[in-house]
Ligand binder design. Structure first.
Ligand SMILES: [Zn+2]
Length: 431
């Protein structure tokens, strides 16, 4: 059997907004329910002198946005202005505020928490969540920004040490221009740089751009002790990243990410294939050209191919590569993969000698340029071979980031976008 409680009425219990009492619930002509509430207190402490008072100076009604409850609910707060009981206090009156509706707030704290929670753990569109809770896109973004700032402040205060750091660039969008308020055209930087803890895959930060300044700006905000504990940094073969790491992470060894090196080798192979196609047909590759039809097969690692795929690859190279240029570039690419797969520096050096031999036999500008990159980054390649530090997990984070971008249908503001990424990531790490 249910027992009616004397102190709390049913509407207040149902409404369940901490610190508030429901005074009345009415329905307007449009069907919207209006809930009139007041703070469940009988006295308040003056912020000027701290003396408690129970004298109400006046009441005003403030509209407050709250969580919808089976349809829209309009919340009206009958807000008191208290009169200070201390005669000598300069603060003669003061308005009340609560944990659920702090000063200047237009939304209840529980609504803010819902908005942030709805967008932190999941890849959802901001406007969809806004529609669900009856608030506008900028309102949702403001909550996310505030939550992100609070989290960043806490993180800044005491960041966790990271021994292996990943720095990876990703394309945020295509280059766009937009007009600012003064009417001037501004270029939107299409690249972002992500910082990851390689041990956990956690995204530590996202910054605009992919130059040395972007990376330095982020590293500079880390405490000195944190920077001194970073032992290994996995980066793309980018001189800008390397320079930033050298100046701000003095104890770290730079490991170049092997995926990016293999990608450079694949790019060289693709350039050769295109050049050969132009030389032979004086046009771009098309479906009837074997090398074009099997262009992805060329890029795959030979050790990952089935016997049938290997036969097909041999047939392609035999029929569509008369001067054996594609074959030469393919051999260079495969040899680079063997260099990177080596388990010791001695093995890697031996494989590198073979690689250099292949490049000199190939004698093509595309593969010669690749060799130059390998020479430039050899020290960082050796660190990779010793540590196997890779940005594979950063890449995974970038996939999530792209999904956030897609769900957001393109964020104009980087701050908004960064904030989504960091909150999503924080929610994932907490789970
Ligand atoms: Zn006072």
């Amino acid at each position: 059997m249910f027992k009616a409680t004397a102190d709390v009425d049913p509407a207040t219990t149902l409404f369940n907004l901490p610190g508030y009492r429901v005074l009345s619930v009415t329905r307007d002509a449009g069907g919207t329910r209006q809930v009139l509430i007041e703070a469940g207190v009988v006295e308040a402490a003056c912020p000027g002198c701290g003396v408690l008072t129970s004298r109400v100076h006046q009441r005003t009604v403030q509209r407050v946005r709250d969580v919808p409850f089976d349809g829209p609910v309009e919340v009206l707060w009958s807000k008191r202005r208290w009169r200070c009981a201390e005669r000598l206090c300069p603060r003669t009156t003061f308005t009340e505020h609560t944990e659920q509706v702090p000063p200047r707030a237009r939304l209840t704290t529980r609504l803010k928490e819902r908005l942030v929670a709805a967008l932190s753990g999941e890849v959802r569109a901001v406007d969809r969540v806004g529609a669900e809770y009856g608030v506008t896109w900028p309102t949702v973004m403001r909550q996310l920004t505030a939550a992100h700032a609070a989290r960043a402040a806490a993180e800044q205060f005491r960041p966790r040490p990271v021994a292996s750091l990943g720095i990876d660039e990703h394309r945020f969008r295509t280059v766009r221009w937009f007009r600012d308020e003064a009417g001037a055209w501004k270029r939107i930087e299409p690249w972002m740089t992500t910082f990851t803890d390689l041990a956990t895959g956690q995204v530590l930060g996202v910054v605009d751009g992919r130059d040395s300044a972007a990376v330095k700006t982020w590293l500079r905000t880390r405490p000195r002790w944190w920077r001194h504990r970073v032992r290994t940094v996995a980066i793309d073969p980018s001189a800008a990243f390397r320079s930033a790491v050298r100046s701000w992470l003095p104890k770290a060894r730079v490991a170049v990410d092997h995926f990016h090196l293999v990608k450079l080798a694949n790019d060289a192979l693709t350039k050769v294939r295109r050049r050969v196609s132009w030389d032979r047909h004086e046009r771009r590759g098309r479906g009837t050209d074997l090398a074009w039809a099997h262009r992805l097969l060329l890029l795959r690692g030979y050790d990952t191919l089935s016997n049938r795929a290997r036969e097909r690859l041999n047939a392609v190279l035999a029929q569509d590569d008369p001067a054996q240029e594609i074959s030469a570039a393919w051999g260079v690419k495969e040899q680079l993969r063997r260099v990177l797969a080596a388990s010791s520096i001695a093995d890697a050096s031996a494989e590198r000698a073979t690689f250099n031999q292949y490049v000199s036999w190939a004698a093509m500008p595309e593969t010669t340029r690749l060799k130059k990159t390998i020479d430039t980054w050899w020290a960082a390649i050796k660190v990779f071979i010793q540590t196997r530090a890779t940005n594979a997990r950063t890449e995974a984070a970038n996939v999530t980031i792209k999904n956030i971008k897609r769900a957001g249908r393109g964020y104009r503001s980087h701050t908004n976008y960064q904030c989504r990424i960091m909150l999503y990531n924080a929610a994932r790490s907490a789970a």
